[in-house]
Design a protein around this ligand. Structure first.
Ligand code: UT7
Length: 313
């Protein structure tokens, strides 16, 4: 048996806060509509910051807190669907900025909003082949750069940000994971790269139905694998922060106790691959997530993809 031991996490958000009220000055929407349908009040948008700046801020914080240096990192993965460049990857740029060794395995992966958990699984699997003991797993997005700011169906939903984790393999631990993809369903599409300006197109209702199905299903499968009787046997559940109604619906279906499912989309919107590590960092900093706790995470989004993990913090 082996599982990732998450040594530390970090986050970095752009400075600019964009409220629903501000968006309502340029598109036909309102704080009332956006908050009641999504649980989002505001999000952060990059002005001068790049995706690399965000990834670097989160990675540095996580490495410092983990007490590791560049000499300890053998794998560097960045989950993103909005990299600064198609090439070089954000992971390679991070390697340069952090001074990681030439023998570090560096690449970006695109599993959209499930990207952090795909990265966690991949990094854990690659570590035995790496020449150093730790992996850096980052979720970093600048979604504002691919949004059509005249489309009220999507421009109110997303935000920019990055979260990072430093992990090590621990042979004394075990974890349970679920992964899946539905490449035949393209209810979220992002145009580009190319001469046509990028834009997100989403069939919100179809994605909502998909999300509640796979989130509930993944949680039930992870609980069964763990031998847990109820979601209330866990200490925390962190879902991808796309919509408070998705989280609340699943929590209700599973008869979860109040507060078990964490929510922070009110302040950040949907930050795709960054949403889970950003939430983890908030929970650790607040003292809510502590060593030994049993935590379940589920991501879902474009692809379509989904991923879940149940582990001990
Ligand atoms: O990370 C990727 C995963 N993504 C998701 O999980 C997204 C999942 N889907 C959702 O979160 C929801 O479907 C949305 C929040 C995107 C939309 O909520 P909804 O309750 O499904 O609304 P709707 O799309 O059915 O729209 C209802 C009405 C429409 O007007 P009509 O046709 O009924 O007259 C929309 O045009 O609300 C209108 N509308 C808006 N009104 C004010 C859509 N966007 C807005 C807006 N402000 N921003």
């Amino acid at each position: 048996m082996s599982a990732p031991h998450i040594l530390a996490v970090g986050r970095c958000l752009p400075n600019r806060v964009v409220t629903n009220e501000e968006l309502s000055r340029t598109v036909d929407t309102s704080d009332e509509w956006v908050f009641s349908r999504t649980g989002i009040h505001s999000r952060r948008f990059c002005e001068r910051e790049t995706g690399l700046d965000l990834a670097l801020g989160a990675a540095r914080q996580a490495m410092e807190r983990a007490g590791v240096t560049a000499a300890d990192i053998g794998v560097c993965l960045v989950g993103t669907f909005t990299p600064d460049h198609a090439s070089p990857s954000t992971a390679c740029l991070l390697q340069r900025e952090l001074g990681l060794g030439e023998d570090t395995i560096c690449f970006d992966l695109n599993a959209a909003c499930a990207g952090f958990l795909y990265g966690l699984k991949t990094a854990h699997a690659l570590l035995p082949d790496a020449s150093r003991p730790c992996a850096l797993v980052v979720g970093a997005e600048v979604i504002s750069r691919v949004m059509d700011m005249t489309d009220r169906n999507t421009c109110v939903l997303f935000g920019d940000g990055a979260g990072a984790a430093v992990i090590r393999r621990d042979e004394s631990r075990s974890w349970h994971t679920v992964f899946g993809s539905r490449g035949d369903q393209s209810s979220i599409r992002v145009q580009g790269p190319g001469p046509v300006p990028s834009a997100i197109h989403m069939d919100g209702k179809a994605v909502f139905r998909f999300a509640v199905e796979v989130v509930e299903g993944s949680i039930r499968r992870l609980l069964a694998a763990d031998g847990a009787e109820s979601v209330n046997d866990l200490d925390l559940v962190v879902c991808h922060q796309a919509n408070a109604r998705i989280v609340d619906y699943v929590a209700k279906r599973l008869k979860a106790r109040e507060g078990l499912f964490y929510k922070n989309m009110d302040r950040y919107g949907n930050t795709s691959a960054a949403s889970i590590p950003v939430a983890l960092d908030e929970l650790v900093q607040a003292g809510t997530l502590r060593p030994g706790m049993r935590i379940l995470m589920v991501g879902f989004g474009g692809g379509l993809t989904w991923a879940g993990a149940l582990l001990k913090w």
